[in-house]
Write a protein that binds this ligand. Structure first.
Ligand SMILES: [Zn+2]
Length: 164
């Protein structure tokens, strides 16, 4: 999915978790949003990758897009690292990454940003490079941009509004 859709999905997770721990609302929200776009640090075309392009180029050349940063191992290690700092913030970070992996698992793309296999995520990396997922939503296609993104954004705003 596109970065904007990942951010909207991360916002839904963040708002839910911030409601559970309101005193850490802001760091929880920030962690969920950053987590939601973190896996795409593996491509210099993404929101985060553009800002960290020397790093994202190296990751892209080493693992390819939708490689190791889209795996269960990455989810667990990144969540654990943040959990040490603060368990509620770590949970939000992990939830954000999980929404990213779930969204990419049901979306597919083509062109230079994707490998030939396109769809899904390599959940069991590095044990297996096999990608798990379904070719349901075309990245940057009408279903993502006209249905999923507006619906998820409205849902996040409506949830967040109730918190304020
Ligand atoms: Zn991704």
């Amino acid at each position: 999915m596109m970065g904007r859709t990942h951010l909207a999905l991360g916002a839904v997770a963040g708002v839910h978790l911030a409601a559970a721990t309101p005193r850490l609302g802001l760091p929880i929200m920030a962690a969920a949003l950053i987590g939601a776009i973190l896996p795409d640090v593996d491509t210099p075309y993404s929101k985060l990758g553009r800002r960290l392009w020397p790093l994202s180029r190296i990751i892209l050349m080493t693992f390819g897009h939708r490689g190791g940063t889209h795996s269960a191992v990455f989810l667990i290690l990144a969540t654990a690292a943040m959990w040490i700092v603060s368990p509620p913030v770590g949970l939000a970070f992990g939830a954000g990454i999980a929404t990213h992996l779930a969204a990419d698992a049901v979306s597919f793309g083509h062109g230079t940003r994707f490998t030939a296999r396109g769809a899904g995520v390599p959940l069991l990396w590095p044990l297996s490079e096999r990608k798990a997922g379904l070719r349901l939503v075309k990245v940057n296609g009408p279903l993502e941009n006209l249905v999923i993104l507006p619906w998820v954004t409205l849902y996040a705003v409506q949830l967040g509004w109730r918190l304020v």
